[in-house]
Structures are given as structure tokens and as C-alpha cells.
Design a protein around this ligand. Structure first.
Ligand SMILES: *C/C=C(C)/C=C/C=C(C)/C=C/C1=C(C)CCCC1(C)C
Length: 265
């Protein structure tokens, strides 16, 4: 029914606007002033806004894709929404205290990284029967990686052994998507466009995610002065998020739109 679909479309737009104004009021609650030479602070601001815009984009674009792709776009929008809100708090910590917002960073990762892992599961599920075990194995890898990183950064464990534990978790994720069941399902039952999205997504998890351990290394293991190290750590983590949250979402958006268009013809 025509009027029904217009109503649905408006509801999505209204929801997106509501979320956006919530984000903007959180941002305005900030009391600290950004200094023109605080490039780390500027990167927090720029990326917050890019994340807000991406959230609106992914939610609104749901209308363009066929039903089986909608959840993937919703999850992409949730990743950027959760990250945007964390960025407001992280920027506040950085701008007011000059210290690294480790707790907010890891809470953000603890929510967004599992959501990104779910995306692998979702794009495969849009075209094949996928066993739940894949999801749980990716989740275990994620937890080992993040808990390792957190105990190192928060000072509960020496930074080097904690780094090694985190690397093992990441290696396990890479094994699953390159050689494990998830990769076999993609190769055996996904259409070409999904296989190519799956392929690009796993290279993001390899190259894009490698930026985070590099940031950790520069921050804690490279022997720079504490102030320099923390600046580098935060800039590197921030840039990595642009690639791994926004670009990752755009790849999914691209396959969802092209598959939906193909199904129409
Ligand atoms: C949106 C946020 C994302 C995709 C965050 C990803 C974080 C990582 C891939 C972190 C990796 C780390 C290691 C592989 C070793 C230990 C230190 C970490 C936690 C920075």
C-alpha cells in the first residue's frame, strides 16, 4: 500500500533525526574549548561528526535495499551511533584533562567490535545457512583480543604480555575468516558480489585492524615521552576507526544496494 510505505519511510527519517539531535545535544553539553593546536582533540571532533553523519546515512539508506539486507545496514548504523556517542565523551576527557580515555575507548570497542563480527555472519546469512558456532568463535576471539589490550593499557598487567594475549585473539579471528568455516561458506554458497564484499571485509580486519596494535605499540612500547606517546596512540586509534567503522559500513551498504538492484531486474 502506497500510503503505508510513505508512513514507514517517514518513521525511519523521524527516528534518524531523533538520534541525531540526541547526539548533537550530547556534543553541546561539552564545556571544554578546543584549542587550535590540539590536533588530537581536533581529530576527536572531526571523527565524531563523521560518525554522526554516517549513522544518519546508514539508517536512511535502509529504505533502498531489499528486506534481507536491512539488518546489515541497521547494524552498520548502530556501530557508528555507539562510536559517535563514545567519541563525545572521549573528546571531553582528552580536551579537559589531556589524558587518554582508555575506559570509554574499550567500552566502545567491546560493543562495536562484536557488532562488526555480526556483519560477517549477517552477509553470509543473507545467502546461505550459517551455523551459530561461527558467531561464537568470532566472539571468543574478540573478547581475548580486547581483554588482553585492556589489562595492558589500564595497567593490570605488564604491557608486553598483555599485547601478546591480544594478538592471539586477533590471530584466531583471522584464522576463522580466512581458513575456517566462515570462509568455506562464503566460497561455496555466496553469490559473486557477496563473496567480494566478504573478501574486502576480511582484508579490512587484517590491514585496517593492524593499525590498532601499531597504535598500542607506539603508545606503550616505543619509548617515546609519555605526552608524545599518548598523542600518537589517540591519533592512530582515531584514524583506524574511520576505516574500520565508516568504510566497513560503506562496503556493506554497497553490496546491499547492488544486490537489491540486481534482484529487481
Ligand atoms: C571500531 C573499533 C574496532 C574495529 C577496534 C578494533 C580493535 C583492535 C583490532 C585491537 C587490537 C589489539 C591487538 C590486536 C593487540 C592488543 C592491543 C589491541 C587491543 C589494541
Amino acid at each position: 500500500m502506497k500510503s503505508g510505505s510513505i508512513w514507514l519511510r517517514n518513521k525511519t527519517a523521524v527516528a534518524a533525526c531523533g538520534l541525531l539531535s540526541m547526539c548533537i545535544s550530547t556534543a553541546q553539553a561539552s564545556s571544554a574549548v578546543l584549542k587550535p593546536d590540539d590536533f588530537v582533540g581536533i581529530s576527536f571532533w572531526l571523527i565524531s561528526m563523521a560518525l554522526v553523519a554516517s549513522t544518519a546515512f546508514f539508517f536512511l539508506e535502509r529504505d533502498r535495499v531489499s528486506p534481507k539486507w536491512k539488518t546489515s545496514l541497521t547494524v552498520s548504523g548502530l556501530v557508528t551511533l555507539v562510536a559517535a556517542v563514545h567519541y563525545f565523551y572521549m573528546r571531553e576527557v582528552w580536551v579537559t584533562t589531556g589524558s587518554t580515555p582508555t575506559v570509554y575507548r574499550y567500552i566502545d570497542w567491546l560493543i562495536t567490535v562484536p557488532l562488526l563480527m555480526i556483519e560477517f555472519f549477517l552477509i553470509l546469512s543473507a545467502c546461505a545457512k550459517v551455523p551459530g558456532g561461527i558467531f561464537w568463535r568470532l566472539m571468543i576471539g574478540t573478547l581475548v583480543m580486547l581483554i588482553g589490550g585492556y589489562v595492558g593499557e589500564a595497567g593490570y598487567m605488564a604491557v608486553m604480555p598483555a599485547f601478546v594475549i591480544g594478538m592471539l585473539g586477533w590471530a584466531y579471528i583471522l584464522y576463522e575468516i580466512f581458513a575456517g568455516q566462515a570462509s568455506k561458506i562464503s566460497a561455496a554458497s555466496a553469490p559473486a558480489s557477496v563473496q567480494s564484499a566478504f573478501n574486502t571485509m576480511r582484508w579490512i580486519v587484517t590491514i585496517g585492524w593492524a593499525i590498532y596494535p601499531i597504535g598500542y605499540f607506539l603508545g606503550y612500547l616505543s619509548g617515546h615521552s609519555p605526552a608524545d606517546s599518548m598523542g600518537m596512540l589517540n591519533i592512530v586509534y582515531n584514524l583506524a576507526d574511520v576505516l574500520n567503522k565508516i568504510a566497513f559500513g560503506l562496503i556493506i551498504w554497497n553490496v546491499a544496494v547492488s544486490e537489491s538492484e540486481a534482484a529487481k531486474h
